[in-house]
Design a protein. Structure first.
Lengths: 444, 796
C-alpha cells in the first residue's frame, strides 16, 4: 500500500494531477462557506439548529455538503448539472434529434455538452428561485427574518449567485476530470458528503465527553460501521462471470486463458438508482401532508411516513427491491446483449446464441439480483435503524448506509482504479530509458 | 501593427481557441520566402560547380553544428536554383512556402496539380544535410520510382545521393537504397522492412541499419488516416494442416437465406438461425455446435457464411490468375499483399474454387500508424487535409497549413442531384453523360465499385457511347487511360482509383484541342455515390480544375445508395419525402443538409473507433519497444551470452569447450532471439483474443480499458519472467531442441476487425453508485422511464 503511494508521487505527471485535484477540491470547500448576499447568516444558523435533521431540507443539505445550511454560493451543489445531463441522456433514448447527436462523435458530444449546460442554467435558476422563496419565508423562533430585504431584488440576486455557483462547480468538476484524477463531478459529490464527517465525529465526541454514551456503545457503533462499509464494497463489486467465446475470424488458434473474456454480471446492476427512486416516491406523501396541516387523517399518515417508523422502513425496503428489478431491466437488457454478442461472433459455450442466450443471462441476472436488492434495501434502511435505536445525529447515521455510503464507496473505488490505470500506463517508462535506438514521436 | 496582421492574429487566436491547429495565415512564410528569393538571386551568376561547392559546405556545417533555421534559407535557395538548372522548372512561391511548412512538421494542404513532388525536394534536401537519411513516403510503388527518377538529378546536382525501394528488391539492393541520403518508397514497404529487420538474427541482414529520422508523407490523409489502422503483418508459413474448407463451403452454399441464416448486408452481419444450426448439426453429426469442442467447426462455418454472402466478387475482391486479390475500399485499387484473416481467406478461396493456400502464423505485426510514429520528425502533403484536421491533431500531434493554389481554382461544384430510386438516378446519369458528350467535353465518372463501373459502361455502350473503364481489373493500363481522360470527347468510367494521385491534363500536345476544351469549361467530373468520408468525395472533385483550369463537378445520388441504407438515412427523412411518389429529382435543402449530416455522423463514429483503438494499442506499443530494445541488445551486445553464462555456468563452459567461444556466442544469440520472437508472437495472439471480448466489461459497468490494461500488463510481465526459463530449457537440451529454431520469412498484410463499442450510457450505466439526484428530478426521471417503457411495450 505505502509502496503504491510512494510510486504515485514518483511520477511527476501523476503527482501534478493529484495536487491539482486537491487544490480544486479546496476551492470547492472555500466556496461552500461563502454566504450569498442579502441574508442574515446568524438567523439562518439559528433556524437550522432549531429545526434539526431530515426531510427534504436535510437531504438537499447533504448533497450540497452543508452548503445549503449556510445558504452559500454553492448551495445548489452539482445536482442541477447531474439532473440536466441525465435528462438529456434520457431524451437521447426518446427524441430522434438527440439520438442523432449522440451518434455524431465529437461534434455531437460538443453539442450535447452545450445543451446540458443550458439545461443546468435553467434547472439551477428554477431551484434558486425556490430557495429564495424558502429563505424569505422562514423565521427563527425569536421571530427574526432570515432575509431582511425580501422581494424580487433578492430573488433575482439569489438566482444569479446560486446559478453562477453551480456553473462554477461544474467547471471545477470538469477541470478535475480533464487535468486531475478521477471523475471530477463524482469527486465533488464525494467531498460534499465526506465534509460532514468531521462534524459528525465531533458530535460523537461531545456525546461521549458529556457522558451521554458509554465508550463500549461507541466501539460497537464503529465496529458496525466498518462491517457495513465492507459489506457495501462487496455489494458494489460483486460480480458473476459468464464465460464468452469468440468464433468469427480466425481458425486454428489456441484458446488462451479465456477468463478475461466474460460478461461480468453485477449483483447490483441497478446501482444507487433504486434508492433514489424510492426516496422520491416516499417524498410525495411527506410533501402532500405539509399542504394539509389541520387534517386528522393526514396527521395519522405522517406518523407512518416518518423515517423513525417501522412501517416506513418496510415500505421503503419493498420499494427498493421493486425498483432494483425495474431499473435492472432498463440498464441491462439481456436480449440486446445476446444480439450484440451474436453480431460479433461471441457465444456462451454450450448455449445457443440469440434467444437461448438471452434467457440464460436473464435467469442468472434474476437470481443474483435478489440477494443484491435485499442487501441494497438493508443498506438504505440501516441509517434509520441506527439513528432510532442509538441516539446519534442524523449526520453521523448517514455514514451507515443509504446513498451517502454507496456514493463514498463507489467514487472511492473508481478513483483508486483510475490511479491504478495511470500507474499502469507508466509501468514501462522506467524500462525504456537508456538505449535509444527507437525514439518515438511525442505522442505514443 | 498593421491592420492585416491584427486580423490574422485574431484569426490565429480564434482557431487556437477552437482547439484546431489550422494555419490559413501565411504571413510568417511570406517573409522567409522573400529572403529565400533574395539569396537565390545571388546564385544566378554562379557556376554549377560553385553551387555544388556551397552545398558541400552546407553539409559540413550542418554535420558539425546541427540543423538550424539559418540553414533553411540558403538551402532552399540552392534547391530552387538547382531545380531550375537541372529540370528547367521554376518553383512557384506557393511551393516554396509549402516546403517551409513541411520542414516545420505540418500537414500541408495543396491542390492537385500544384507540384507536390517538387515541393518535397526542399525539405528532403535540407534534412538530409544532417546525414541521417530522409524518407519520402509515396502513395504507391510506381510513384516512388517515378518521383525518385524525376527529382533524383536535382539531389545529385547538389551532391546528395538518392534511391528508391520497390517491392521485390533483394536485401542487398534495399540496403543500398536505404543508405542513400534521400529514399523514395511506400509507407508499407518501409513498415515491412522494419518488421523484417525485427526478425533478423544478424546485424548484417538488417536492411535499414540506422535510426529513422524524417519522413515526408505524400497523400498524407490516405496513408496516415485511412490506412493507418491496417496492421502490417509478418507471418511464417506454418505446418498446420490445411483445413477442409471446401466441405464447409458446400454446406454453407446449400443453406437458404431467411431460413437457415439471416443477414444484414449493410451492417456486415450474418447469423445462423435456429433452423440453420439444427441443419448443420445434423449434417455434420457434431452434437451441439456451440459446445466448447466444436469451436473450430463453428469458426469455419462463420467464415464460410461471411465469405459466401458478405464478400462480393468484383466489389470487395477480384479473382486474377487463380488468386484472390483484395480491392481497397478507399482507393479502388488492388491492395497488394493484403489478405483477409486466415480463416476468411481460406473460406473465400473455397467459395471461388481456388487452391487453398497454406495458412501461416503471425510472427509480428504493427499498424501503419504506430510504425509512422517511429519517425521522430514527420510531415505530409495532401489535397484534403482540413477535413481530417481532428485526426491529424489527435493521432500525430500535427498541425495543418493551407497553401493557396498558384492560380485560383475556378472549378464549379454543382449541387447534388438527388433521386428517390437507383433506377431513376441511372437514367438521369446516362442522359447527362450523353448530353455533355455531344459537345465533346471530356467526362470523368467516379463509381463505387468494379461492378458498378462495368454496369455503367454497358448501359452507355447500349446507347452507342464509347467509353474507357479504369478499375482494379485493368490497373496495368492506368497511366494510358488517364493520359487520354482529358481529351476531347473522352468518357472515362472509373472507381475510386481515379480519385487520388492521378493528374488529368486537358487536351494533348496540340494547343487547339486544349483551347477547345477550355472553351467547353474543361473536365466534367460526375460522382455516382457519396463515400463515407467526405475527403474521398473531395478528391474526386479535385480531378477537375487543375492549375486554374476551368471545370465542374456534380454528384448524382439516390436514397437507395448503400451509404444511406446502411445508416438508415431514409428513417431520418421528413415524411414528405418518404411518401413522395413523384418521379425524378428531389430538390430539397433539408435533404441536402441531412445527407451532409449523415456523412458527418459516419465520420464522427469512425473517428471515435479510431481513438478507442489507438488508446488500446498505445500500451502494446510501449511493450513492443521494450521487446525491440531487448532484441537489439541481444543482437548487438552480449545480452544473450551474459544471460546463459549467468543461468547455466557449467553447461556454458562445457559448450565453450565443445564448439568454441564464437560459435557459442552465435548459438546463445540464436536461442534467445528465437525464444523472444516466439514469446512476442504468442503474446500478440493472446492480446488479440482478449481485446476481442473486452468490451463485455462495459456490461458490468466496468471500464473495459482498465481491465485490458490490467490483463495486458500482467501477461507481459509474465512473458518477461518466463523468457529466461524457456530459453534455458532449450539451451540445456540444445542437441534435441535446437533444430526447432528456424527463422521463418514471408509477409502478408491483414485487414483488422474492430469492435465498435456500444453507446456509452454515462450516468445510467450498470452498477453506478456514484450519482445523487434530488427527489423532484428522481420523480421526473422515473416518469420518463415509465412512459418510455410503456411506449416500447405497446410497439411490441
Amino acid at each position: 500500500m505505502m509502496q503504491g503511494v510512494q510510486s504515485m508521487f514518483k511520477i511527476p505527471e501523476l503527482k501534478q494531477r493529484i495536487i491539482f485535484t486537491l487544490l480544486i477540491l479546496i476551492v470547492y470547500r472555500i466556496g461552500g462557506h461563502m454566504p450569498i448576499p442579502g441574508i442574515n447568516s446568524a438567523a439562518l444558523l439559528d433556524f437550522f439548529s432549531e429545526a434539526q435533521g431530515g426531510g427534504l431540507l436535510g437531504l438537499y443539505d447533504l448533497f450540497a455538503g452543508g452548503a445549503f445550511r449556510r445558504a452559500t454560493v454553492f448551495a445548489l451543489g452539482i445536482m442541477p448539472y447531474i439532473s440536466a445531463s441525465i435528462i438529456i441522456q434520457l431524451l437521447g433514448a426518446v427524441v430522434p434529434y438527440f439520438q442523432k447527436l449522440q451518434k455524431e462523435g465529437e461534434e455531437g458530444r460538443k453539442k450535447i455538452t452545450q445543451y446540458t449546460r443550458y439545461g443546468t442554467v435553467f434547472i439551477s435558476a428554477m431551484q434558486a428561485y425556490g430557495v429564495s422563496i424558502f429563505l424569505e419565508s422562514i423565521r427563527t423562533n425569536a421571530g427574526l427574518s432570515v432575509v431582511p430585504d425580501a422581494g424580487w431584488g433578492f430573488r433575482l440576486l439569489t438566482m444569479i449567485t446560486l446559478g453562477a455557483g453551480t456553473i462554477l462547480i461544474m467547471w471545477l468538476g470538469e477541470q478535475i476530470t480533464e487535468r486531475g484524477i478521477g471523475n471530477g463531478i463524482s469527486l465533488i459529490i464525494f467531498i460534499g458528503i465526506i465534509a460532514t464527517f468531521p462534524n459528525a465525529v465531533l458530535d460523537e465526541y461531545q456525546q461521549i465527553s458529556g457522558g451521554n454514551r458509554a465508550i463500549l456503545t461507541e466501539v460497537f457503533l464503529l465496529g458496525v460501521m466498518v462491517v457495513t462499509i465492507a459489506g457495501v464494497v462487496a455489494l458494489t463489486q460483486g460480480t458473476r462471470k459468464i464465460p464468452v467465446q469468440y468464433a468469427k475470424r480466425v481458425v486454428g488458434r489456441k484458446v488462451y486463458g479465456g477468463q478475461s473474456t466474460h460478461i461480468p454480471l453485477r449483483v447490483n446492476t441497478a446501482g444507487v438508482m433504486p434508492i433514489i427512486f424510492a426516496q422520491s416516491i416516499m417524498f410525495v406523501p411527506q410533501t402532500v401532508v405539509t399542504f394539509f396541516p389541520n387534517s386528522e387523517f393526514m396527521n395519522s399518515l405522517t406518523r407512518y411516513f416518518d423515517v423513525q417508523s417501522a412501517v416506513y422502513w418496510f415500505i421503503f425496503g419493498m420499494l427498493i427491491i421493486f425498483f432494483t428489478y425495474f431499473y435492472t431491466a432498463i440498464a441491462f437488457n439481456p436480449v440486446d446483449v445476446a444480439d450484440n454478442m451474436k453480431k460479433h461472433g461471441g457465444f456462451i459455450p454450450g448455449v445457443r446464441p440469440g434467444k437461448r442466450t438471452a434467457e440464460f443471462i436473464d435467469n442468472i441476472l434474476t437470481r443474483i439480483t435478489l440477494p443484491g436488492s435485499i442487501c441494497l434495501a438493508f443498506v438504505a434502511i440501516l441509517p434509520f435503524i441506527i439513528s432510532r435505536f442509538v441516539n446519534v445525529s442524523y449526520n453521523f447515521a448517514s455514514f451507515y448506509g443509504g446513498t451517502s455510503l454507496l456514493i463514498i464507496v463507489g467514487v472511492g473505488l473508481d478513483t483508486l482504479q483510475q490511479l491504478e490505470s495511470h500507474l499502469l500506463m507508466r509501468h514501462y517508462d522506467g524500462f525504456m530509458q537508456g538505449s535509444g535506438r527507437v525514439k518515438g514521436r511525442r505522442r505514443f | 501593427m498593421s491592420w492585416e496582421k491584427f486580423v490574422s492574429a485574431i484569426k490565429r487566436q480564434h482557431s487556437r481557441c477552437n482547439g484546431s491547429l489550422i494555419e490559413y495565415d501565411l504571413t510568417p512564410y511570406v517573409e522567409i520566402l522573400h529572403e529565400i528569393k533574395t539569396v537565390q538571386k545571388t546564385f544566378k551568376n554562379k557556376s554549377d560547380l560553385q553551387l555544388r561547392e556551397i552545398s558541400k559546405q552546407n553539409i559540413q556545417l550542418v554535420r558539425q553544428s546541427g540543423l538550424s533555421e539559418t540553414h533553411l534559407i540558403e538551402a532552399f535557395a540552392l534547391v530552387s536554383e538547382g531545380i531550375w538548372r537541372v529540370l528547367k522548372l521554376k518553383a512557384f512561391d506557393v511551393q516554396i512556402m509549402a516546403a517551409v511548412a513541411l520542414h516545420r512538421e505540418k500537414i500541408v494542404e495543396m491542390q492537385t496539380g500544384e507540384g507536390k513532388t517538387l515541393t518535397a525536394v526542399f525539405p528532403a534536401y535540407l534534412n538530409a544535410l544532417t546525414g541521417n537519411g530522409v524518407h519520402v513516403l509515396t502513395f504507391n510503388d510506381y510513384l516512388a520510382c517515378r518521383d525518385a527518377g524525376w527529382m533524383g538529378p536535382v539531389y545529385t546536382f547538389l551532391g546528395l545521393s538518392f534511391g528508391c525501394v520497390r517491392e521485390g528488391m533483394t536485401t542487398r539492393e534495399r540496403q543500398k537504397m536505404y543508405r542513400a541520403d534521400i529514399t523514395y518508397l511506400t509507407a508499407k514497404e518501409a513498415g515491412f522492412d522494419a518488421l523484417r529487420d525485427g526478425l533478423c538474427t544478424q546485424i548484417s541482414q538488417q536492411v535499414v541499419q540506422r535510426p529513422r529520422h524524417f519522413a515526408i508523407v505524400d497523400e498524407a490523409d490516405s496513408i496516415l488516416i485511412d490506412e493507418a489502422r491496417i496492421p502490417l503483418v509478418i507471418a511464417a508459413t506454418g505446418d498446420e494442416p490445411i483445413p477442409d474448407t471446401y466441405r464447409t463451403a458446400e454446406l454453407v452454399h446449400n443453406l437458404k437465406s431467411g431460413v437457415d441464416f439471416e443477414f444484414d448486408d449493410y451492417a456486415r452481419d450474418i447469423d445462423l438461425t435456429e433452423t440453420g444450426v439444427k441443419n448443420i448439426e445434423s449434417a455434420l453429426r457434431c452434437g451441439n455446435l456451440y459446445a466448447y469442442e466444436n469451436i473450430e467447426t463453428l469458426t469455419q462455418i462463420n467464415c464460410a457464411l461471411h465469405a459466401e454472402h458478405l464478400l462480393q466478387l468484383d466489389v470487395d475482391y477480384i479473382v486474377r490468375a487463380g488468386e484472390i486479390e483484395l480491392v481497397d475500399e478507399f482507393t479502388g485499387r488492388v491492395a497488394e499483399k493484403r489478405r483477409w484473416p486466415d480463416g476468411l481467406q481460406a473460406a473465400l478461396e473455397a467459395k471461388e474454387k481456388l487452391t487453398i493456400r497454406k495458412q501461416g502464423h503471425i510472427l509480428n505485426s504493427i499498424t501503419l500508424q504506430h510504425f509512422i510514429q517511429f519517425y521522430p520528425k514527420l510531415s505530409g502533403m495532401t489535397a484534403t487535409a482540413v477535413s481530417a484536421e481532428a485526426e491529424f491533431r489527435n493521432f500525430y500531434d500535427l498541425g495543418i497549413a493551407v497553401i493557396p493554389p498558384n492560380r485560383p481554382c475556378i472549378r464549379i461544384d454543382h449541387e447534388d442531384m438527388i433521386f428517390k430510386t437507383k433506377a431513376e438516378k441511372e437514367r438521369a446519369l446516362t442522359d447527362e453523360i450523353a448530353m455533355i458528350h455531344e459537345s465533346g467535353r471530356p467526362v470523368l465518372v467516379g463509381t463505387a465499385s468494379v461492378e458498378e463501373s462495368a454496369n455503367l459502361t454497358k448501359s452507355l455502350l447500349d446507347r452507342g457511347l464509347k467509353c474507357e473503364v479504369l478499375n482494379a481489373k485493368n490497373d496495368a493500363r492506368e497511366a494510358e487511360i488517364i493520359s487520354r481522360a482529358g481529351r476531347l470527347g473522352a468518357i472515362t468510367i472509373s472507381t475510386n482509383m481515379a480519385g487520388r494521385g492521378t493528374d488529368i491534363c486537358l487536351g494533348t500536345d496540340s494547343k487547339s484541342e486544349r483551347k477547345r476544351i477550355l472553351d467547353l469549361d474543361g473536365l466534367y467530373v460526375i460522382g455516382t455515390n457519396k463515400h463515407e468520408s467526405r475527403r474521398i468525395d473531395q478528391q474526386l472533385r479535385g480531378r477537375s480544375g487543375r492549375q486554374g483550369d476551368p471545370g465542374s463537378s456534380r454528384f448524382f445520388i439516390s436514397l437507395e445508395d448503400d451509404l444511406f441504407i446502411k445508416y438508415k438515412l431514409s428513417e431520418l427523412l421528413p415524411k414528405a419525402f418518404a411518401e413522395n411518389n413523384a418521379d425524378g429529382e428531389i430538390d430539397s435543402h433539408i435533404l441536402r443538409n441531412e445527407i451532409n449530416r449523415t456523412q458527418r455522423i459516419v465520420e464522427g463514429q469512425n473517428l471515435e473507433i479510431k481513438k478507442t483503438l489507438c488508446r488500446y494499442s498505445s500500451l502494446l506499443e510501449k511493450q513492443r519497444i521494450i521487446v525491440f530494445e531487448k532484441r537489439n541488445r541481444a543482437l548487438q551486445d552480449e545480452l544473450a551470452v551474459d544471460l546463459f553464462r549467468g543461468l547455466a555456468p557449467e553447461k556454458f563452459k562445457l559448450y565453450q569447450g565443445q564448439i568454441g567461444a564464437k560459435n557459442l556466442k552465435d548459438r546463445c544469440k540464436k536461442i534467445f532471439l528465437a525464444i523472444l520472437d516466439k514469446a512476442w508472437a504468442t503474446y500478440l495472439a493472446e492480446i488479440a483474443e482478449i481485446r476481442e471480448g473486452i468490451h463485455l466489461h462495459r456490461l458490468g459497468g466496468q471500464v473495459p480499458f482498465f481491465e485490458f490494461q490490467k490483463v495486458a500488463v500482467q501477461r507481459f510481465d509474465k512473458l518477461l519472467e518466463t523468457l529466461g526459463e524457456d530459453a534455458l530449457t532449450i539451451f540445456n537440451n540444445f542437441e534435441a531442441e535446437g533444430d526447432k529454431l528456424n527463422a521463418p520469412s514471408a509477409t502478408w498484410t491483414y485487414l483488422v476487425n474492430d469492435n465498435p463499442f456500444e453507446n456509452m450510457l454515462g450516468f445510467l450505466q450498470p452498477g453506478n453508485t456514484k450519482i445523487n439526484i434530488d427527489p423532484v428530478t428522481g420523480l421526473f426521471i422515473l416518469a420518463i422511464l415509465l412512459l418510455n417503457k410503456i411506449g416500447k411495450n405497446k410497439k411490441s
